[in-house]
Write a protein that binds this ligand. Structure first.
Ligand code: ZN
Length: 507
């Protein structure tokens, strides 16, 4: 039996997004628990599709004792404030330093955290962890598939193990894999050889879905590569809207023999590069998508799903742009429902007005994106909710949602799910909380890029990725990058980044 310190600190930072992540954003519960410290972690995280939860179950099944640190996450957004980073990392390190007789450390990290004062949040966190525990103690880390992996992260961890599905239905399973890898390191079977490669192009988020090619077959290779001296292989698709030197996809491999580990990383790197041109997904403009959806959904008898990807809060957006909603109303869509629109003021006004009331509102439109504005109209308040419900789909399964006051507003044939906290519309329970049965709608407009597919693709006649004004561009060439490493291609087979002035490589 080993004593393993366990914690987590997750954030996916879109440096182009409108709002930063403050300490309060990490403290507050949303889809997942808020900042939790010490023994309370074990109950708070039980049974969730979160890496920490999977690690906890597997490590205990392997007979290990867990020493709780802290776990926190906030919805993707712009930079983590310096205060939030220092306080959360500070309490993780303080508890780590106070723990006695540790045999190993596990951290549940995302791998794309940028703080106000440093651009490699996880590299810095792991560097400080090493300062506390020393070079010899095994440190295992689970990562999101969208991690931007940096040399410091590779240097200071003995294992980086990433999700293999997008939608991320294997978050807990990845934590369990990290537990088995750490167990092997503790028993001496796990090798400490490592290899790392960065790909020379960015992958747009909609093209990384593992239900579709080429990601599907690329990820399908990984299990079979972990044989003999090669013990762990991960492919991270990266997170494009992050203006940092180490933005982009990468490969890591671990095991007992340097040559075998290098060869595995090279094989996966080559396989991914060979598919560069295929990392491309068709995108519809809002007008054409709505026209198609209205026509097609009637005959199909099942909903057409429109993914409002550029306002996906899972990519750091604020889930309040109105472009797609405006188009649905303008074209007279019937039996259409949209989720979820983050507008706490509108939710509060709806609760004050009550169910059945007519309410004049300027809804959403606060992301300061060119071409977007609040949608001023008279809405009918159809239903109110307290925002507390449980996720039922494969992605948010078991998540105890706490989204604050919620309201279902109607404008013409379109019903809008309004919430006081933002999460990705990746679970049918979001609709059902307000009495909407998604399967019987004709059109579902979802502020999500890919995660929605886990729960909505089975009921959808068709899924269209829609480009309406939003802060999370599907095309990276629309972003004003300044700090990428020179030469990296902004899109598959796209233009290479060339800094206007010499970009400063971070320390
Ligand atoms: Zn992700």
């Amino acid at each position: 039996m080993a004593r393993i310190a366990v914690g987590g600190f997750q954030h996916e930072t879109n440096t182009f997004a409108p709002t930063k992540a403050s300490f309060a954003d990490f403290e507050r519960a949303g889809a997942w628990p808020g900042l939790t410290r010490g023994a309370a972690l074990f109950e708070a995280m039980a049974g969730l599709n979160v890496p920490f939860s999977g690690f906890m179950d597997e490590a205990r099944a392997l007979g290990h004792e867990l020493v709780p640190l802290s776990w926190a996450q906030a919805t993707p957004s712009a930079e983590v404030t310096e205060e939030a980073f220092e306080r959360i990392v500070g309490q993780i390190l303080a508890d780590l330093a106070a723990a006695r007789d540790l045999d190993g450390v596990y951290l549940d990290l995302h791998g794309a955290m940028v703080a106000e004062h440093l651009e490699d949040g996880e590299g810095e966190t792991l560097r400080r962890v090493r300062e506390v525990v020393g070079a010899a103690l095994p440190v295992a880390v689970s990562l999101d598939l969208h991690a931007n992996v940096t040399p410091d992260m590779v240097a200071h961890a003995d294992r980086l193990v990433a999700y293999r599905t997008y939608p991320h239905v294997d978050m807990a399973a990845t934590g369990a894999r990290a537990a088995r890898q750490l167990d092997a390191l503790l028993s001496g079977e796990g090798g400490r050889q490592k290899a790392y490669r960065q790909l020379p192009f960015l992958i747009p988020v909609q093209a990384g879905c593992t239900l579709l090619e080429p990601a599907k077959s690329l990820y399908a290779r990984l299990d079979g590569m972990e044989v003999g001296a090669v013990q762990s292989v991960s492919f991270m698709a990266g997170f494009g809207p992050a203006d940092i030197w180490h933005c982009g996809p990468s490969v890591v491999a671990y095991g007992t023999e340097a040559a075998a580990v290098e060869a595995a990383a090279e094989e996966l790197y080559d396989a991914a590069c060979a598919k560069e041109a295929d990392f491309d997904a068709p995108v519809w403009d809002a007008e054409a998508a709505v026209t198609h959806a209205i026509r097609y959904s009637v005959a199909a008898g099942r909903p057409v799903v429109l993914a409002d990807s550029q306002d996906n809060p899972g990519g750091g957006a604020d889930a309040n742009t109105t472009g797609l909603l405006r188009e649905l109303v303008r074209q007279g869509a019937e039996a259409a429902a949209l989720a979820l629109l983050w507008d706490p003021a509108a939710a509060e006004l709806a609760h004050m007005a009550g169910e059945g009331a007519e309410l004049r509102l300027a809804l959403g439109g606060r992301s300061q994106v060119p071409g977007d504005a609040p949608l001023e109209a008279t809405y009918r308040v159809e239903r109110l909710g307290n925002g507390r419900f449980t996720g039922t789909g494969p992605f948010y399964k078991g998540a105890r949602m706490d989204l604050g006051p919620m309201a279902l507003l109607r404008l013409g044939g379109v019903r809008i799910v309004v919430a006081s906290r933002k999460i990705q519309a990746a679970d049918q329970a979001i609709f059902r909380h307000l009495g909407v049965e998604p399967a019987t709608e004709r059109i579902l407009a979802l502020k999500s890029s890919v995660h929605f597919r886990a729960d909505f693709q089975p009921i959808a006649a068709e899924v269209l990725v829609v480009k309406a004004p939003g802060p999370n561009p599907l095309d990276h060439t629309e972003l004003d990058y300044k700090r990428l490493r020179p030469g990296v291609r902004l899109m598959p087979n796209g233009p290479a980044f060339a800094p206007a002035s010499r970009s400063a490589r971070p320390r």
